[in-house]
Write a protein that binds this ligand. Structure first.
Ligand code: MN
Length: 277
């Protein structure tokens, strides 16, 4: 396993949709969009896919073994069904967290839009954070992305979200298409984002004296089978997957750099859309 450096203390784990945030003596692993229970919603439509939770657990364990983070933060959409909890989730989610507790000291969840009633499934010792996210070390503002971040996150240089499940879709001949999960890295105009949040009543001007947000990362989904936003297609297929910050004019989505999980740079979102691949 190998790290791809995105910034100071900010690393993607090569070939994994995982971020390792570090400062001297501390390491935090961040994963987004596991959507546990997604397969069971497909079963009701007649598709039967074996549960992915065991495989995801295995992948998390191997990353933890390689880098020894003290803390694991789930960046929203741990589970799939939006409002309630399906029978499979009632069984799989508590067992999943109990297993994780054996090898990571601290576990926290930033809730996403699919995490209704998740709290009831979390064992003792797993912390449920606010849906406005968490300002880690005053440097990394972590939130899911379906809603605005808490105002204090704008004091962080890096904003980090999930929710979008960005993929690039490649055509292969007339019949086949393959999609690859990708990272998006873009500039973010912190003062303009702050202004927009004040205008929309999501923050009070006094709360935003120290705005440092300058970069936004959109993480690929940790679940490798989920569909997502084909960011190389001219128009987003599902606007609801975009979220308020990406829809705002404060971030440069067209200028976003697109990276495959192995670190290959594909170009910017704008270039990919224009090239029509
Ligand atoms: Mn989401």
């Amino acid at each position: 396993m190998e790290l791809l450096r995105l910034g100071p203390g900010l690393n993607a784990v090569r070939d994994q949709a995982a971020l390792l945030l570090a400062k001297p003596g501390q390491r935090v692993l961040v994963l987004a969009d596991l959507h546990i229970g997604w397969e069971s919603t497909l079963a009701s439509k007649g598709f039967h896919i074996p549960s992915q939770v065991g495989k995801m657990l295995k992948r998390i364990k191997s990353i933890v073994r390689a880098y020894g983070p003290q803390k694991l933060i789930f960046l929203g959409d741990v589970k799939h069904t939006v409002a309630g909890a399906e029978a499979e989730e009632w069984a799989e989610i508590p067992a999943f967290f109990e297993e994780l507790k054996k090898f990571v000291d601290e576990i926290a969840v930033v809730p996403g839009n699919h995490d209704g009633r998740l709290e009831a499934l979390l064992p003792d010792g797993v912390e449920m954070l606010s849906s406005g996210g968490i300002a880690l070390w005053g440097f990394f503002g972590l939130f899911h992305g379906h809603a605005w971040p808490s105002p204090e996150l704008l004091a962080c240089k890096w904003l980090i979200t999930g929710h979008v499940h960005p993929v690039v879709v490649f055509r292969e001949g007339p019949y086949f298409r393959t999609s690859s999960r990708v990272w998006l890295l873009m500039d973010c105009d912190g003062p303009s984002l702050a202004e927009e949040m004040v205008r929309r009543g999501k923050a009070r001007a006094g709360e935003l004296s120290d705005v440092k947000a300058g970069k936004l990362i959109v993480m690929p989904s940790f679940n490798e089978f989920l569909g997502g936003q084909a960011i190389n297609r001219p128009r987003a297929s599902d606007e609801s997957l975009i979220g308020p910050v990406l829809r705002s004019r404060s971030v440069d989505l067209a200028g976003a750099e697109v990276y495959m999980l192995d670190g290959t740079f594909l170009g910017t979102v704008g270039q990919l859309r224009r090239s029509g691949i």
